[in-house]
Design a protein around this ligand. Sequence first.
Ligand SMILES: [Zn+2]
Length: 352
Amino acid sequence: MVYDKIPIVDTARRCGLVLDSRTLRRSEVEASCPFCGDHGRGKYHLSLNTATDLFRCNLCGAKGNSITLYARLKGISNKDAYRELKRGGNVYPMPQQPAPQNTERQPLPLEARHAAYTAMLEHLTLLDRHGENLLGRGLSEERIQKNQYRSMPETERGRRLLAGLLRSQGHELLGLPGFRTRYDDWTVSGPSGILIPVRNRHGLIQGLKIRLDEVTNPKRKYRWLSSRDMPGGTRSYSWVHVTGDTSKKRAYLTEGPLKGDAASFLANDALFVCIGGVNALGGLKDTLLDLGVTEVVETMDMDQMTNKQVRDAVLAMRREVQSIKGMKYSKYTWNPAYKGVDDYLLSRAAGM
Ligand SMILES: [Zn+2]
């Protein structure tokens, strides 16, 4: 479809964008960016090019033309946006300062996250000490490669470089959990540690979890890669991780993606479904239904049931799974000397 020329500044006015009056006579008119909030009042990082009728935010990288600008802000299709803009009319809303805190930014669609995170992992390496940690869990070198564990870049310079590489490859960072702006530059935010890809049943990376290098609270060894409440940042969700042979009809249910990866590897690629935590059940039921499994075997840590809050959460999880019609449910038990199912399987593999 070939579109006619639609003036970008007029479109920005129709969208109620705040324009910098000092730039109105220039070929590049500046406006407050509605996509990233532009760090607040009096900031104008969105350039409107009157020659090409394209816009671009120098802060968050949002870009496009009159039609995509209008469509994105009105939440309509490009086709409908084109129609409305061509129809014209005199509806010009009062310009409104974008308010980034009003609605929380949501993560990019899964395919975009997967593409950007995959490119990110390709640029990163795994430090020796992290590789040794993973080998110690019983994973093989080959499996460590295949699962694409990486080390979080440790220096700020490395992190900015990574963000720059991803942007130069055309990946959108606005909406990618973990990425944020700092002094008009993009970077990735989070503690040092092992990056663990959290995948759906088709192997697409939904998000990344970090196994922290420095653990101050033994109950918080893992964190999602997230840049919630940071400039240009995006929250993460507690996505459900699927690992192992997805053609299996029996799924083992556990907590934590790395535990599941290790246990699946040690149990001949048994299918593991890993929740982010006993209180993070969103998506669990859908994942099990999509996988088409007929049997779920619970393999939560053996010490889970000693704490009342955790016990209640585990019981809620059982009810959730058992509410699926026809689903067989059982609990896998092992020698309680081993805390997690991965520890137990590792001891068995080692002949202990
Ligand atoms: Zn912006």
